[in-house]
Ligand binder design. Structure first.
Ligand code: GDP
Length: 299
């Protein structure tokens, strides 16, 4: 007689890490993302019509890594401001010729507030003016003590131009992800986060989300804030129409009637009736809160 099978958190399948790249303007965030996209997204896919879904999946020797490619750290901060956390690891890019700048400090503060592990990528090491040692010294007062100085901060020198060090960076990401032991249940109730959305003149509302738990399927009813919609189409980061998507997958959803806001949480409903009731409940809750506030002001 086999023992009863119980599912514990440790038996859940692993999921890919979701990584955000932040740092000062011109320190090479876009270039680094471009280099990784160019070299780590399968050739057939990279050559096709890549769909901008706000994130892409890189294939590395140690598994998949999802990179959020919404410019700057806007996505990260707006999402965080709404109480959601989408990234598992933050890469802080610092140009080796410029070292720590105001937005570097800001980015580090955001990552620390979100309590996500930080990897420092010192970029532009190909430049003659590059001073990697200075950057390593400059981050110490920011509470990022490099491993070689007895601290815990992983620091990798890279060049988004030549590609030097990028392989090491990907390796470090996998290492940090392994330590974090990221897992999610593809069969759980759906939970996702909106990373951005826009209105396409022909197609309508397109919402880019990252699935965190559970699975989205074409035809599902989704609820986001006080809006709901039925998924008409799902597109992955290489532009393929797909039928479903599990944890740590970035997808574009067609089917909302109004654009959801970045940072909104996405859940699913069994049917349209339930979706409508959920939305009505939320609208009522919001009105109650507004009324209560008004009441307090008047008294
Ligand atoms: P972002 O504002 O952080 O996204 O920075 P960009 O990726 O737009 O890069 C700013 C400038 O630095 C561009 O002119 C890039 O070509 C250049 N750049 C980025 N990475 C490197 C690098 O590794 N080496 C050199 N020499 N230039 C780089």
């Amino acid at each position: 007689q086999p023992a009863a099978v119980t599912t514990t958190a440790t038996e859940l399948p692993h999921r890919a890490p979701v990584v955000t790249i932040m740092g000062h303007v011109d320190h090479g965030k876009t270039s680094l993302l471009d280099y990784i996209r160019k070299t780590k997204v399968a050739a057939k896919e990279a050559g096709g019509i890549t769909q901008h879904v706000g994130a892409f999946e890189a294939k590395t020797s140690r598994g998949k890594v999802v990179f959020i490619d919404t410019p700057g750290h806007e996505a990260f901060t707006t999402i965080r401001a709404r109480g959601a956390n989408v990234a598992d690891i933050a890469i802080i890019v610092i140009a080796a010729d410029d070292s720590v700048m105001p937005q570097t400090r800001e980015a580090i503060a955001h990552a620390k507030a979100a309590n996500v592990p930080i990897i420092v990528a010192i970029n532009k090491i190909d430049l003659a003016q590059a001073n990697v040692d200075k950057v390593k010294q400059d981050i110490i007062p920011l509470d990022l003590v490099p491993e070689e100085f007895g601290g815990e901060t992983i620091v990798v020198g890279v060049s988004a131009r030549s590609g030097e060090g990028v392989e090491d960076l990907l390796e470090m990401i996998s290492l940090v992800a392994e330590i974090a032991d990221l897992r999610a249940d593809p069969k759980a109730a759906l939970k996702g986060v909106v990373i951005e959305s826009r209105v396409d003149k022909q197609m309508g509302v397109l919402a880019n989300i990252i699935v965190q738990e559970g699975t989205v399927h074409v035809g599902d009813f989704l609820v986001v804030g006080e809006k709901y919609g039925k998924i008409k189409a799902l597109t992955n980061s290489v532009g393929d129409r797909i039928k479903d998507a599990g944890p740590s997958t970035p997808v574009q959803i067609l089917g909302f009637s109004e654009a959801p806001t970045a940072g909104d949480t996405v859940t699913s409903a069994k049917n349209e009736h339930q979706a409508r009731e959920l939305v009505a409940g939320r609208t009522q809750d919001r009105r109650d809160v507004e009324e209560a506030r008004k009441g307090r002001r008047l008294s």
